[in-house]
Design a protein around this ligand. Structure first.
Ligand SMILES: [Zn+2]
Ligand SMILES: [Zn+2]
Ligand SMILES: [Zn+2]
Length: 249
């Protein structure tokens, strides 16, 4: 199993190209780029390495992990896989923000912490924009095609001779998943586990209790030498996090 990491999109998401060397079959995990230019390094690698992308696998439905699905699917024809509980986000990645605003909950700006965020959804419902009135921070959200398949805990994703097992790790979102191979000793943890930190649980449909349960009873059960590829930031290992992660020690 070969892995190449690309940092993409407005909040530096790790997009992983994972492929079977023998058969050149691949998956792309979390294409978070929002335009052709940002996605170019990923597309170029697929072409140069002569790889066929079989699946686009989404660790969870947040916009920073889904922005490039439409572009990548159009070019590669790959099938989109997402956990059943996060599938609703794909056509409407701004859904969480919309529901919080509808409930009159205030959401702090990612950049300055101000509570003056505004959401504007395009009339065709294909795009939306969040703007902070105080610091000018703005993020665009792009609607994605719906999932080709909704996946569940325990399913195996196969590409060439490679296999990854779906582990449902809810908490950061209801449908967050991690992808694991015991044979290759790798885990793709999405926004559930980071080097030295864990995913946010102060957002729509997130739960601190659930993420701690996913971490302690699922991910921390894996062997120490498992290499962890998270949704943001540097790779780490289960052993290192077990010893040093302030949320887990
Ligand atoms: Zn997330
Ligand atoms: Zn993220
Ligand atoms: Zn701001």
């Amino acid at each position: 199993m070969k892995i190449k990491t690309f940092v993409v999109g407005p909040i530096f998401t790790n997009c992983y190209l994972v492929w079977c060397e023998k058969t050149r079959q691949a998956i792309v995990i979390d294409p978070g780029f929002t335009n052709m230019e940002d996605g170019q390094p990923v597309l170029k690698a697929i072409k140069e390495k002569n790889i066929r992308v079989k699946y686009i696998v989404i660790t969870h439905g947040h916009f920073d992990h889904t922005g490039g699905i439409r572009i990548l699917k159009n070019i590669t024809g790959a099938k989109v896989l997402v956990h059943e509980k996060d599938a609703e986000f794909l056509p409407e990645p701004w859904k969480g923000i919309k529901e919080l605003i509808n409930k009159d909950k205030q959401i702090p700006c990612l950049a300055c912490g101000s509570l003056s965020l505004h959401l504007k959804i395009a009339e065709d419902n294909k795009k939306a924009r969040v703007l902070c009135e105080d610091c000018g921070m703005h993020i665009e959200f792009f609607s994605s095609p719906s999932a080709d398949k909704r996946i569940k805990d325990g399913e195996i994703i196969e590409f060439g001779d490679c296999k990854l097992e779906v582990i449902h790790t809810p908490g950061h979102s209801r449908g967050s998943i991690s992808l694991y191979s015991a044979e290759e000793q790798v885990l793709f943890s999405g926004d559930t586990l980071f080097a030295g930190s864990i995913g946010r649980t102060d957002i729509f449909n997130s739960s601190y209790e659930e993420i701690m349960n996913s971490l302690k009873n699922k991910l921390m059960e894996l062997p120490d030498n498992t290499v962890v590829y998270p949704g943001h930031g540097d790779a780490t290992t289960i052993g290192r996090e077990r010893k040093n992660n302030p949320f887990l020690v």
